[in-house]
Design a protein around this ligand. Structure first.
Ligand code: THU
Length: 145
C-alpha cells in the first residue's frame, strides 16, 4: 500500500478530531473541542473536552486524546490535531498551557500541532511546531519512560 502523504495524514487527523468533537460534554461552556493524536505506531486516538459541575475538574480534549494513547501503551505522539468552532474575532484556538506541558512529555519539539477552526462548512487550519507553542519547557530529561 502507498505511504500516505503529510497532507493525507493531516486530513485524517483533523477528520478524527472533528468527529470526536461531536461527543464533547460541555454543558457549562458550550464550547466543543475535539482532538486526535497520531502515534509512532501509526494509530490514531481521539479525545474531547469533558466538563464538570466543579469547573476545575474539566479535562481538555487534547489531554483526553493523549491519555487515551498512553493508556493504550503508546509512548510517542508524532502529530496532534485540534478542532474548535470559530468564536467571533478569533484567529485560531490553540491548546491551553496545561495541555502544552502534557504534550511535551510525549511529543518531540518539532512535532506538528494542527489547529483548526470551524466556520460553517469552512475549516481553517494553522500548523505550529510544539516547541513554538511552549518554549523552555519543564523537562526532567533523565527520567526513563
Ligand atoms: N478546552 C479544551 O478542550 N482544550 C483547550 O485547549 C482549551 C479549552 C475546553 C475546556 C472547556 O471545556 C472549554 O474548552 C472552555 O474552556
Amino acid at each position: 500500500m502507498k505511504k500516505p502523504t503529510k497532507k493525507e495524514i493531516q486530513t485524517a487527523l483533523l477528520n478524527a478530531a472533528q468527529a470526536a468533537r461531536e461527543n464533547s460534554y460541555s454543558p457549562y461552556s458550550k464550547f466543543k473541542v475535539g482532538a486526535a493524536v497520531l502515534t509512532r505506531s501509526g494509530r490514531i486516538y481521539t479525545g474531547t473536552n469533558i466538563e464538570n459541575a466543579s469547573f476545575g475538574l474539566t479535562v481538555c480534549a487534547e489531554r483526553n486524546a493523549v491519555f487515551a494513547a498512553v493508556g493504550a501503551g503508546e509512548r510517542e505522539v508524532v502529530a496532534l490535531a485540534l478542532v474548535t468552532e470559530k468564536l467571533p474575532g478569533a484567529k485560531i484556538n490553540s491548546p491551553c498551557g496545561a495541555c502544552r506541558q502534557v504534550l511535551t512529555e510525549f511529543m518531540k519539539p518539532n512535532a506538528p500541532i494542527y489547529m483548526a477552526m470551524l466556520d460553517g462548512t469552512k475549516r481553517t487550519v494553522v500548523t505550529k511546531a510544539l516547541k513554538d507553542l511552549l518554549p523552555l519547557v519543564f523537562n526532567l530529561t533523565t527520567v526513563k519512560k
